[in-house]
Design a protein around this ligand. Sequence first.
Ligand code: NAD
Length: 339
Amino acid sequence: MKIIVTGGAGFIGGNFVHYMLAKHPSYRIICLDLLTYAGNMETLAPVVGHENFTFVKGDIADRAFIYQLFETEKPDIIVNFAAESHVDRSIEDPEIFLQTNVIGTSVLLDACKKYSIKRFHQVSTDEVYGDLPLDRLDLFFTEETPLHTSSPYSASKASADLLVQAYHRTFKLPVTISRCSNNYGSYHFPEKLIPLMIANALNDKKLPVYGTGDNVRDWLYVEDHCSAIDLIIHNGRIGEVYNVGGHNERTNLEVVKTIIRELGKDENLIQYVTDRPGHDRRYAIDPTKIKTELGWEPATLFDEGIKKTIKWYLDNKAWWERIISGEYQSYYEKMYADR
Ligand SMILES: NC(=O)c1ccc[n+]([C@@H]2O[C@H](COP(=O)([O-])OP(=O)(O)OC[C@H]3O[C@@H](n4cnc5c(N)ncnc54)[C@H](O)[C@@H]3O)[C@@H](O)[C@H]2O)c1
């Protein structure tokens, strides 16, 4: 089995590469990544040199390059993680989100059609459903919930999601889609909530919390996301969408306070900053379909997963300190200086 993993130098893609090489020692994994600001070869350092692993630098939106890669490698499965993924960046500069998330996905779909690939799996997000009110804890996103996006990021992901479904309906392309809640765990770029708070708290820097911090996210330990995708690409029904989440809802403030407590820091590090425009209030996944059809359940609940994640950031300071000291710094200043 030969799998092209796009975006494999990023957070979830990188974890997926590690997971698949360990779980399926006979599979060949080709990681295709443009190495944007979010791509980090150090995430892949443990597998570089592995006999079943190859890294290829390139853009999923570069048609000639993608066709050449498919021609040469003749992959069985494509798992598409490659994306611009940060909501705040999409508010600053939406165009690159359309280029990578929409055009890039369409190029991959065309390549899958041209080379008769056995399976294209799209890694989508629960953000395509928009948000839920904070005072209706009985409501959850199911696969039937209408798409209703809030940010340029989620709009671009929803567009890609719909294109994937259209290629299945029109061209009978063998596709599957997963829509996942917020991930956390190792190799998470320190601009996202959990790694940002861990890194700042360790450096005794302020912990910027948007608004009042009462927005709710349904947290999924990244290895559980990897196990879900592994199941879907092997046993998921063609043309189907699977929601992936594990009823681990926490407010952003609860998450930040947990990190402070675990690190033995003081809550006066918390700094409330101007809310994100259009900030989604609550995400909550109903994972009944993947549970009943594929037998998937998350193995790691939040209270355990956050401890493991904090330990990883303590044990791997060099990984995130090098990110923080680079170009990331000017971006950070721009996003938080005036709030
Ligand atoms: N992080 C989450 O909580 C979450 C939740 C649900 C869904 N998702 C989805 O999962 C996927 C991975 O998310 P992530 O958090 O790992 O993102 P990430 O930003 O950490 O990684 C994205 C990777 O894609 C690469 N990339 C960007 N543009 C590219 C291009 N044009 N061609 C090739 N590679 C390119 C980057 O270099 C990077 O390595 C995304 O599609 C995202 O929408 C993420």
